[in-house]
Design a protein around this ligand. Structure first.
Ligand code: CAO
Length: 451
């Protein structure tokens, strides 16, 4: 047995945050990655998970305490850590939680599906954001602690319809209970219920999704099954992907880039630089090519903010990384100012951190455009989901030799499949086609960047 000290990890841009919820008590057994406390700034709340498993020996914080990076939260008695006198645990990344629930789904079933730690911060200034992170939601989101949100989900209560009686309109457990009582007694109707009644009566104004409930199936009736908990990262991604898929009118344009010459250059570059230990993959070139295309088509590097478009003058490129715990999206900052070697080195470091679960919120936030490359695995084309509040994402699959007509004969050329998903509220089909054509031209001949 060893003593493990769990501290507040890197919490991004915040100096100090307030403890608003204690999620464990002395004597509790916690799993690695289980949330210990919830902290809140004036902009967002986030759960601080445990980096280790063990039994809670001491709780070093209480409600209302101000904490910052490095503050000791909990002392655990656990196995496998170096003791004597107390092992300082490398903290797990915090999980931003909504100051609120996820988007307001109409049907109770959809609410039940929303993950407990879905990300929905109220300000673009909020730094700690994991994979497929939103930084802003154009919805009026209710404030509630994770335990209240969990309670509401269990009851199927649409939290956005509950009036909060706590400080700053925060929804407390009693509000959820009171709401449930009102619905049960028929004095209040949920929006979903009202929409269902309307459509059943032949009306319907589009309020609510009006979906039939998710099928509840006893799979054991059909054969043996095994149940496994979904990882924290998977649950966060699921909520974000669901929100992004439902809220953004996606369109995907597919195209091909002839990367025969670029691939030859990449291979020879790697050979020449074998001793440096830096391996350049196609993704580094794609990041540079995308920066060139984003400069030419600035609306692809923008975000919607009410009636305005925010054109970013920086080029922070996120890249999807497949990890044992799920999808993470680390960000290469200022990719326009970096060379291929630097981008490759940073990508290698960030991808390793992602796989080891060591990415800080800052390393996952602020992307203005994202690339999701399945090139190392295979496939032809796919439909990547836009990472809100970005407005486009590039999916890349495995290149392969194809016969390409050069006007006289079919020539063997290495073709890279590109799939660009874009937000139709911001981008038109013609612009998307132009973006892909330009991107393919750059990948075909990088000298075009100079033109
Ligand atoms: N076509 C053909 N080969 C490709 C390629 C492409 N488009 N892209 C990469 N490759 C090759 C690389 O050259 C490398 O080959 P060698 O081992 O022979 O040198 C091999 O595939 C492995 O590359 P990689 O995947 O390790 O490196 P990368 O820079 O391309 O990608 C990373 C890094 C972190 C993005 C990647 O490992 C990864 O996690 N990809 C999955 C992303 C994902 O899950 N997206 C889906 C999101 S939606 O659910």
């Amino acid at each position: 047995m060893a003593t493990i000290e769990i501290q507040v990890p890197d919490i991004g841009d915040f100096d100090e945050v307030t403890v608003i919820e204690l999620m464990v008590k002395i004597g509790d057994t916690v799993r690695s990655e289980q949330s210990l406390i919830t902290v809140e700034s004036d902009k967002a709340s986030m759960e601080i998970p445990s980096s280790h498993a063990g039994v809670v020996k001491e709780l070093k914080v209480k409600l209302g305490d101000k904490v910052k990076e490095g503050t000791l939260i909990v002392v655990l008695e656990g196995e496998g850590a170096v003791a004597a006198p107390a092992a300082k645990a490398s903290p797990a990344a915090p999980v931003p939680t909504p100051a609120a629930t996820s988007i307001a789904p109409a049907a109770p079933v959809a609410i039940a599906q929303a993950a407990p730690v879905s990300v929905a911060t109220a300000s673009a200034a909020v730094a700690p954001v994991p994979a497929h992170q939103p930084t802003a939601l154009a919805l009026d989101l209710p404030h509630a602690s994770p335990s209240v949100r969990k309670f509401a989900r269990e009851l199927g209560v649409p939290l956005n319809e509950v009036k909060g009686s706590g400080p700053k309109g925060r929804i407390v457990e009693a509000d959820v209970q009171a709401f449930t009582r009102s619905v049960m007694s028929g004095t209040v109707q949920t929006a979903a219920g009202a929409a269902q009644n309307k459509s059943a009566a032949g009306g319907g104004d589009g309020a609510g999704l009006g979906l039939i409930p998710w099928p509840v199936v006893d799979f054991t009736k059909f054969g043996p099954v095994e149940r496994k908990d979904r990882s924290r990262i998977k649950k966060i991604s699921a909520s974000n992907l669901h929100r992004n898929w439902v809220m953004i009118p996606h369109v995907t344009n597919h195209d091909d880039a002839d990367i025969t010459d670029l691939e030859a250059f990449r291979v020879s570059t790697n050979k020449e630089n074998e001793k440096s230990g830096i391996k350049v993959t196609m993704l580094a070139f794609l990041i540079k090519a995308c920066v060139a295309a984003l400069k030419k088509f600035p609306e692809f590097n923008s975000s919607i903010d009410g009636d305005q478009l925010v054109y970013k003058q920086y080029f922070h490129i996120g890249f999807a990384a497949d990890t044992p715990n799920g999808l993470m999206v680390p960000v290469i900052r200022d990719a326009d100012k970096k060379g291929i070697f630097q981008i490759s080195t940073e990508m290698g470091e960030l991808a390793k951190k992602a796989r080891d679960g060591k990415l800080s919120p800052a390393e996952m936030s602020g992307a203005s455009f994202t690339i999701s490359s399945l090139g190392g695995i295979g496939g032809r084309y796919f439909t990547p989901i836009i990472n809100a509040p970005e407005v486009a994402i590039l999916g890349v699959c495995k290149s392969q030799m194809e016969p390409v007509w050069d006007g006289k004969a079919f020539m063997p050329r290495l073709m890279l499949p590109l799939s660009l998903s874009w937000d139709h509220r911001v981008i038109d089909g013609a612009a998307a086609a132009r973006f892909n054509v330009y991107l393919a031209q750059i990948l075909g001949d990088f000298r075009r960047v100079l033109l």
